[in-house]
Design a protein around this ligand. Sequence first.
Ligand SMILES: *Cc1c(COP(=O)(O)O)cnc(C)c1O
Length: 350
Amino acid sequence: MNRATAHVDLGAIRHNIQTLEALAPQSQFMLAVKSNAYGHGLHEVVRTALDAGVTSFGVLESTAGLELRSSGVDVPLFAWMHGRDTDFAAAAEARIDLGVQTFWQLEAIAASGAGVVPRVHLKIDTGLHRGGADQPRWTEFVTEALRLQALGKVEVVAAWSHLSDTSHSADLESTALFRSAVEEARSLGAQFELLHLGASAAVIDLPEAHFDLVRVGIAAYGISPFGDRSAADLGLRPAMQLRAPVLDARHGLASIAVGFGDGIQSDPDGGAFVLVDGHVAPVVEVGVDETVVALPSGAGQVAAGSECIVFGDGTHGEATAEQWAVWGETVGDEIVTGLTKRVLRDFAAA
Ligand SMILES: *Cc1c(COP(=O)(O)O)cnc(C)c1O
């Protein structure tokens, strides 16, 4: 391999799914596979998850759902990010359930002329302020959805929201808001097949938010949704290992074939390291195509072609994506999802 390669351990994803499923045994398990399954490879992850018993997928945009349908995936799919150019008819006809966040989406879906009745999940904003009807407009939103349902233009199948994960108490408060919004919608005549609210953090820490279905993303890939507990603390296995070859080594420095162009973060505070031939090598400088690291004494045999682990599950002494997130002052989601197209993907079977 001449360039950085992300090795994805599908067995780790299977393990994580089973671990997380056991934490919400009363709920259906929807795996969030947005952004190419958080950078892990959409189709490979979906195949593994189906094998592990996952019953539905959250795809963000309906185009990803259409892609899964054309590859033969038959289970329920849920898409919730729509633009003015979204082809709602095609999505509905592909039996993709549509999350509805705004009035214009509701109207556009109802007017799409789909050959089947589009199935919609109504979103209430419970405090995250990232879409959904806020409380003052919820009554009107539900009323309009029920009017369109009576006309046979949509089928209202679910109510849902998304937690901010900023604190346990904020999430409990959002959960209570969700419950009362659902009660209100029911009093207006809504009959929901499904209620869904929680994602990774709630699966682990907030049973009150499990409801009928949980939408799980980052934890399934082996990255903790919490700042104060690692994947290992949670019994999860990081599924991605990023490796890159040494391009050159001399005068105690080595350049590695990975950089910003691959999605690597810089480390303003220092502390970042990689593992070169088993040696911890501090990062000196990240460039577009290469990263320079300092070789410790004892790493004399390191040469062009030597292998470097940028991050992995930590079992060889390498950093995890969670550690890179701390160094880059971001979240682990960004480390794995942010890898660019230039990074090759390689899969170990489940
Ligand atoms: C990304 C996303 C999820 C999954 O969240 P994680 O924290 O990664 O588990 C669930 N629901 C929605 C609406 C999302 O956007």
